[in-house]
Write a protein that binds this ligand. Structure first.
Ligand code: XMP
Length: 512
């Protein structure tokens, strides 16, 4: 087991994810809480994450000194490297220029950490993101790779098995970063890599049982993959102590509400309350055009409807949700976290105090593809868990401008046609997420001999591995053409179709 000491980087969870991918069990703990769990946790290796702080700030976050006295390998990444150097007697100075983005490192000394990358002199692409840099190494350390901006891009004290990396090996932009982390856990720390999703399932079940005891749990089903996997996992842990409440917002994809009800009631025999609240949601959204107001309106109503249903289920003490890690990180606000609020995700942030329900969030550490693997592990149909992600606020955030029942119906039809054409072309599984957006923009067209003046439908499709960054999908033109022709011919109210070629960043996947 590996201890990841968190200094607040946006990508700390990616380190965890890379380790899990190579079969290594790990836990993330904030740097100021590490001391309390250290003895019990007994790590076989320690990774110090990056973070937004500067070693120069007064009271800058530091790892407990004791971490360096345990005789286990330590890997410091970015800020982790700097704080390690500062603590062990090296020197860190503010960089004159911030090094940010793609960089090349050159291997100048052999080290097990870089094994498999290439021989001495080999140059490797990495992703840098730092302001300060190490200018003098602590005793025992040597440089094993350099970059143009830093003579200590990778450093090692092979005797004590302490390593420092100036760049981020955990992000996809460091193409062979996973190998570096694997070298650390497997070669240097000697871990076997025999941890699997089956083990995660067993641990999660044990954790749920421990948290919940004899208590009753309500699970908010959204119709998406995440809450479904959470529900099935929790049902496996505690059986009929679980009741699922499916709040049907009327903002789901075409036919999806029916599918969810059939699957849970008939196939899994999980007690399910189906609340058709579409009128409430559409009513509350009338006249609302601001994206954040939409999200907050939906979020608030969702909680209200839950509150009502929870009150009917006697003795319910817990609320289960399918919150994933990217939802958590993008919602972390100034209230303690280093990252900025991009969008308020309606399934994150807890519940008002008066609800008195405690949260059960068994997927909180996972990324989407890991949830899919867990779903398959739990016996859910692969086609179901392979469905593209769908946001909690549903189609409302794919209808810029005012959301009306009519516009929802128009969008559902266009979206269904688009997805059908993608499936027919055999491209569905190559795409992370594809959907239609209905724009509040009318343009002129001609159909038959008549003039039309209808709305524009934007098609979006992106590839991604975790939803945190994304590229637009490169369709064969004829697939887009077929979808566009069908949408214009079959969906009344749309007379023009455009394709969105924005990546994330700077765009986001959803339009609102
Ligand atoms: P963005 O638009 O932020 O989306 O690039 C990243 C991923 O998150 C999904 N998303 C949400 N999921 N509740 C959710 O459960 C939300 O409020 C929400 N907003 C966005 C989005 O579909 C994409 O997969």
């Amino acid at each position: 087991r590996v201890l990841i000491v968190d200094f607040g980087s946006q990508v700390t969870q990616l380190i965890a994810r890379r380790l899990r991918e190579s079969g290594v069990f790990c836990e993330i703990h904030p740097y100021d809480k590490v001391e309390t769990i250290l003895d019990e946790f007994a790590p076989k290796a320690i990774i110090l994450s990056g973070g937004p702080a500067s070693v120069h700030e007064a009271a800058s976050p530091a790892a407990p000194k004791r971490l360096f006295e345990l005789d286990v390998p330590v890997l410091g990444i970015c800020y982790g490297e700097q704080t390690m150097c500062a603590e062990l007697g090296g020197k860190v100075e503010p960089g004159t220029t911030r090094e940010f983005g793609r960089a090349e490192i050159e291997i100048v000394k052999e080290s097990p950490l870089l094994e498999g990358l290439g021989a001495l002199g080999h140059s490797e692409t990495v992703w840098m993101s730092h302001g300060d840099k190490v200018t003098a190494l602590p005793a025992g350390f040597e440089a094993v790779a350099v970059s143009e901006g830093s003579p200590f891009a990778v450093i090692a004290d092979e005797g004590r098995r302490f390593y420092g990396i100036q760049f981020h090996p955990e992000v996809a932009h460091t193409p062979r970063g996973a190998l570096i982390l694997r070298n650390f856990t497997h070669r240097i720390a000697g871990l076997k890599g025999d941890w699997t999703m089956k083990a995660f399932r067993d641990e999660a079940i044990a954790r749920i049982r421990e948290q919940v005891g004899e208590g009753k749990v309500i699970c908010g089903l959204s119709g998406g993959v995440d809450s479904s996997v959470a529900a099935v996992l929790i049902h496996e842990a505690i059986g009929d102590q679980l009741t699922c409440v499916f709040v049907d917002t009327g903002l789901l994809r075409h036919n999806e509400a029916e599918q969810v009800v059939t699957m849970f009631r008939d196939h899994y025999n999980i007690p399910l309350v189906h609340v058709d609240a579409s009128k409430d949601f559409l009513g509350a959204l009338a006249g609302v055009t601001d994206p954040e107001t939409k999200r907050k309106t939906i979020g608030r109503l969702f909680v209200e409807v839950f509150d009502r249903e929870a009150a009917k289920i006697e003795g319910a003490a817990f609320l289960a949700q399918g919150t994933l890690y990217p939802d958590v990180i993008e919602s972390v606000s100034a209230s303690g976290g280093p990252s900025a609020v991009i969008k308020s995700h309606h399934n994150v942030g807890g519940l008002p105090d008066y609800m008195k329900l405690k949260l059960v969030e068994p997927l909180r550490e996972l990324f989407k593809d890991e949830v899919r693997k867990l779903g398959v592990e739990l016996g859910l149909p692969p086609a179901f868990v392979g469905r593209h992600p769908f946001p909690g606020p549903g189609l409302a955030i794919r209808i810029p401008g005012e959301v009306s029942p009519e516009r929802v119906a128009v969008l559902q039809k266009a979206d269904a046609i688009y997805l059908e054409e993608i499936r027919k072309a055999g491209l569905y599984d190559s795409i992370w997420q594809a959907f239609a957006v209905l724009l509040p923009v009318r343009t002129v067209g001609v159909m038959g001999d008549a003039r039309t003046y209808d709305e524009v439908c934007a098609l979006r499709a992106v590839t991604s591995t975790d939803g945190m960054t994304a590229d637009f999908f490169e369709f064969p033109w004829e697939v887009l053409g077929r979808a566009a022709t069908r949408i214009i011919n079959e969906v009344k109210g749309i007379n023009r179709v455009v394709y969105d070629v924005t990546s994330k960043p700077p765009g986001t996947i959803e339009w609102e």
